[in-house]
Design a protein around this ligand. Structure first.
Ligand SMILES: Cc1ncc(COP(=O)(O)O)c(C=O)c1O
Length: 473
């Protein structure tokens, strides 16, 4: 069977290919393509999209695409086959099937890129939200076992997480908490335990891009549950469970990435009843739950279900800083014990200094959360005011929590806009990184958690990219 790669998947792999001064555009494209071919991300034998489709999505001329492909044909990396398009030379099997790859700065490995303003990665701008926490050798030695390995997590942090969850209405003991290397690791561990290649997973769509990456690397099939009026569609959920006979779901039940929608307490109660009656196992993503701008925190699904199994996943990354790589997974002890054993063979445990700092963040939870909520609220307003005045043709709903907004464009132009924006010095995520639904090409995800001046400069560059795109059309 011939592997064909779609335009969106290819563009995701290429990342911010057009950045970098000094080289003509076609060379920047050919070098980026060479990079993904040489690293095996784009595997031998893969057939590329048609030149016309590439030129449209990359928002560059057809002759630029042709020149880039000719460079690679000349170098013997690509070959044109009569009637079957252009393919990567060779025939070894593909290493990575259709990975979506996280957008923005996660691709750039955090390197500053020629003044690029990153509005793509849904992360705090930097570590400034962290409170002052003293970490010296004595405190590290006191914190845990002398050898420094804590497969289930440092007791002081597990206890702090359990207390925080209990305060939020989800009664939790230390034994229910596993500390992970960020929420992404928690999701990976849970999927490893609960799924096999080829299984289906229900996902409310649009969703957090990282869940699609995890599914793709495990060969899982996404069963999208389009959200209705912003929230989880319970009628749709019942139908999909019945039609697909699938009993595992990934749901963002509180604050939603990318839309910034927040669920009311009654919606989560209704969802809990549905999960009980359907016998679902749910990965409940609560990573943004502390970032509701009104400061409330309704009881999560895990605290409301009676018979359904819920694995609740949280993190310090959005409240504090992703660089700590600390998250947690809250589950019934029978499941947690299995997860700890699985985790032990993976990485032996999370970093003790990071865990000590994370415990310090939780000890200051009220003040840290309040500042984060107010800052995010204000930044979301500034972004919305600016965009509404400059591009009234874009549809956006003001977020009530979180770091990002989901914007509907007046046409399927998200990918060309993301490309044009990158060349204008601002990165955004196109809808296809956060959704497997058709309408994704009309949407972009924008992270507004940046200092005001940077945010407004980034938005100005984005608007100017939009104008040049629609004028060129
Ligand atoms: C909804 C959601 N879940 C999980 C994650 C992963 O978080 P972490 O940095 O803790 O791995 C993110 C990060 O963007 C997120 O937005």
């Amino acid at each position: 069977m011939v592997d064909r790669i779609g335009t969106n998947a290819l563009l995701n792999m290429l990342g911010d290919w057009s950045l970098g001064r000094g080289l003509p555009l076609h060379r920047r494209l050919s070098e980026a393509m060479l990079g993904v071919i040489e690293t095996g991300v784009l595997a031998p034998g893969t057939v590329l999209p048609a030149e016309r489709a590439l030129s449209r999505s990359l928002a560059i001329s057809r002759s630029t695409v042709t020149a880039a492909l000719n460079d690679l044909k000349g170098a013997g990396v690509l070959e044109a086959r009569q009637g079957s398009g252009t393919r990567v030379v060779g025939s070894t099997p593909r290493a990575m099937q259709g990975a979506t790859v996280l957008p923005g700065i996660l691709r750039s490995n955090g390197e500053p890129q020629h003044g690029l303003i990153d509005l793509a990665a849904s992360t705090p701008a930097d570590a400034r939200a962290l409170p002052r926490v003293e970490v010296d050798l004595d405190s590290l030695l006191r914190a845990g076992p002398r050898h420094g390995y804590t497969p289930a997590g440092l007791p002081v942090l597990r206890k702090a997480v359990a207390e925080r969850l209990s305060l939020g209405g989800l009664a939790t003991e230390l034994d229910n908490v596993l500390i992970t290397n960020g929420a992404q690791h928690g999701l990976a561990l849970a999927l490893n335990m609960l799924t096999e290649k080829g299984d289906g997973l229900l996902v409310d769509d649009p969703s957090y891009p990282g869940i699609f990456d995890l599914m793709s690397s495990r060969g899982l099939q996404a069963i999208p549950l389009p959200r209705r009026s912003g929230g989880i569609d319970i009628v749709g959920l019942r139908r999909l469970v019945r039609d697909h006979k699938v009993h595992l779901a990934y749901l963002q039940t509180s604050v939603h990435n990318p839309t910034g929608y927040v669920a009311e307490a009654w919606q989560v109660r209704d969802l809990a009843r549905a999960c009980d009656s359907l016998g679902l196992t749910v990965l409940e993503d609560l990573v943004l739950a502390d970032l509701r701008y009104d400061g409330t925190r309704p009881t999560p699904l895990a605290g409301l279900v009676e018979s359904a199994t819920v694995l609740a996943i949280g993190s310090i990354s959005k409240l504090g800083w992703g660089g700590l790589r600390i998250g947690w997974l809250r589950a019934p002890t029978s499941i947690l014990d299995r997860l700890v054993r699985a985790r032990l063979s993976d990485d032996l445990g999370s970093s003790i200094p990071s865990q000590v700092i994370a415990a310090g963040v939780l000890a200051n939870f009220d003040s840290v959360a309040k500042v984060r909520q107010e800052t995010l609220h204000q930044r979301s307003q500034s972004a919305a005011d600016f965009l509404r005045s400059q591009v009234p043709e874009w549809k956006l709903t003001l977020p009530a929590g979180g770091l990002s907004m989901w914007i509907e464009l007046p046409g399927p132009l998200a990918e060309p806009l993301a490309q044009m924006a990158g060349r204008n010095g601002v990165s955004i995520a196109s809808g296809a990184s956060a959704s497997v639904e058709q309408g994704a090409e009309r949407h972009i995800r924008l992270c507004f958690d940046r200092p005001e001046s940077q945010l407004l400069e980034g938005l100005a560059r984005l608007v100017s990219a939009w104008r040049s795109l629609v004028v060129a059309d």
